[in-house]
Design a binder for this molecule. Structure first.
Ligand SMILES: O=C(O)c1ccccc1N[C@@H]1O[C@H](COP(=O)(O)O)[C@@H](O)[C@H]1O
Length: 219
């Protein structure tokens, strides 16, 4: 999507403590992600996430992240947590992703050479997606690795909004935004001291760097 850089949306993902949620909201983050992918060190049970959701300030979205979870697992999360957006990282197809009556983002793995798909093909595969999330995992692999991918791999001319993810932190997010002009950025490892445990200073610095990019006027 060609656009003028104006305000890059920020999503913090993989939070596991209500205090981190409250601080993220105070910092002006747009969305908080709760992870339900099996095997993730940041995984929450629906009941835990429901409690975390109550720490969300108004006008901040709750995003539920899945990776090849069962239909029943997704339904349980939708019922308990009431997310405003779903994020799918596995091999889910469009019919599955839109089967829950909640808008969704489809994560696209750009971590392997085979991932360089044509944007039109991507949009044909996921006509129901609200947008895409480009991440550094390889097809069939998991996310949240803290690895950066080559931003030049992002398919040019994607019409839907896209979120940039994969190894972002306060040191690289400024360059990442200027290089890719994403609708939003998503970070997990880059604001942590350990998986699931967010760090206040890292969160604040990350937001500062996104705001700096948004204010940047090219020469
Ligand atoms: O965070 C996880 O544990 C996770 C598990 C399975 C799929 C995705 C996961 N996280 C998402 O991966 C990207 C990149 O994260 P990072 O910043 O590189 O750590 C992001 O969308 C996370 O939410």
């Amino acid at each position: 999507m060609k656009r003028t850089l104006f305000r890059t949306r920020i999503k913090f993902c993989g939070l596991t403590r209500p205090g981190d949620v409250r601080l993220a909201c105070e910092l002006g983050v747009d969305a908080i992600g709760f992870v339900f992918a099996q095997g993730s060190t940041r995984r929450l049970e629906p009941e835990q996430a429901r409690a975390m959701r109550q720490a969300l300030a108004p006008l901040v979205d709750a995003v539920a992240l899945f990776s090849d979870n069962s239909t029943q697992e997704v339904r349980d999360v939708v019922r308990h947590v009431r997310p405003s957006l779903l994020q799918f990282h596995g091999s889910e197809d469009d019919a599955f992703c839109r089967g829950f009556g909640v808008p969704y983002l489809k994560a696209i793995p750009l971590g392997s050479p085979i991932a360089s798909g044509h944007p039109a093909a991507l949009e044909r595969l996921y006509p129901g997606a609200a947008g895409f999330l480009f991440d550094s995992h390889v097809a069939g692999g998991s996310g949240g690795s803290g690895k950066v991918f080559d931003w030049l791999r992002i398919p040019a001319g994607v019409q839907k909004p896209f979120v940039l993810a994969g190894g972002l932190d306060a040191d690289n997010v400024f360059d990442a935004i200027l290089a890719t002009m994403p609708w939003g950025v998503d970070v997990s490892s880059g604001i942590e001291t350990a998986p699931g445990l967010k760090d206040g200073d890292k969160m604040r610095h990350f937001v500062e760097q996104v705001r700096r990019a948004d204010c940047h006027v090219p020469d």
